[in-house]
Design a protein around this ligand. Structure first.
Ligand code: SF4
Length: 238
């Protein structure tokens, strides 16, 4: 059993704070990868209490809603983080638009995945080079594709560094309890019916009782609603 598999088993019953303390003790170069949804707000606040100026990576896809940039500004004002904003490769964006137009994602799953690959997956790979571990806000209850997410795992998609999910066992209610208790400012689209927030053209509000992920790529009702940051067809088949 690898050291990370053993650590994951040992941390399965740990609190989010204990998991964060473990990753910052175990690794020197650690990045929180933040989308500035509610889970990012929790993780940045917790990490800021454990370490001085935690390193935060965010992917600015070029299609984010204005409200996400507003939340980034609020986080910067509230916490002394070191923020790294990673953008897509301009040449890849130019080629995507030239070949497929401005909004190819509505036309097919393949084109949506290509857009996510260029705007998210490849930039994340570039951003994580040089880190030993990354922290994600994934929670098991968010989607069936996330139900088996380990607390800690080796991430073969990013050079074998550690991928750590301190909130993996948390419910949505626990996330909001933390935000309310700590009186943290959060992404304002939640107050307009959004429960999962990504790029503007691919995210919408959901109705009461709808699956939280129903507002992401809603035209792909039968597809796995992941962008490639946390899922790949190869992993799903294994
Ligand atoms: S979420 Fe939509 S706009 Fe954003 S990268 Fe994916 S397909 Fe492109």
């Amino acid at each position: 059993m690898s050291a990370l598999v053993e650590a994951s088993a040992a941390l399965e019953e740990g609190t989010a704070e204990e998991i964060l303390r473990w990753v910052y003790t175990r690794f020197e170069r650690v990045a929180i990868v933040a989308s500035f949804q509610a889970e990012s707000t929790v993780l940045i606040d917790m990490a800021s209490q454990l370490v001085d100026q935690p390193h935060v990576v965010t992917l600015d896809t070029g299609r984010l809603p204005r409200e996400t940039h507003d939340q980034i500004d609020r986080e910067l004002a509230a916490h002394p983080i070191r923020l790294q904003v990673q953008a897509p490769d301009p040449e890849e964006l130019r080629a995507l638009a030239a070949e497929h137009g401005a909004n190819p994602f509505y036309r097919s799953v393949e084109l949506r995945q290509l857009c996510c690959d260029i705007r998210k997956t490849r930039p994340l790979a570039r951003a994580l080079s040089g880190f030993d571990a990354w922290i994600t806000g994934l929670r098991r209850e968010q989607a069936s594709s996330r139900a088996a997410t380990p607390v800690v795992a080796e991430d073969p998609a990013h050079g074998g560094i550690a991928k750590v999910a301190p909130l993996v066992c948390w419910s949505e209610e626990q996330v909001w309890d933390y935000i309310r208790t700590r009186r943290l400012e959060y992404h304002e689209l939640y107050d307009r019916g959004y429960r999962s927030i990504g790029c503007a053209p691919c995210t919408r509000a959901v109705s009461a009782g709808e699956d939280p992920r129903a507002g992401r790529w809603w035209w792909e009702e039968e597809e796995i609603k992941e962008c490639g940051l946390h899922w790949s067809p190869a992993v799903a088949r294994s």
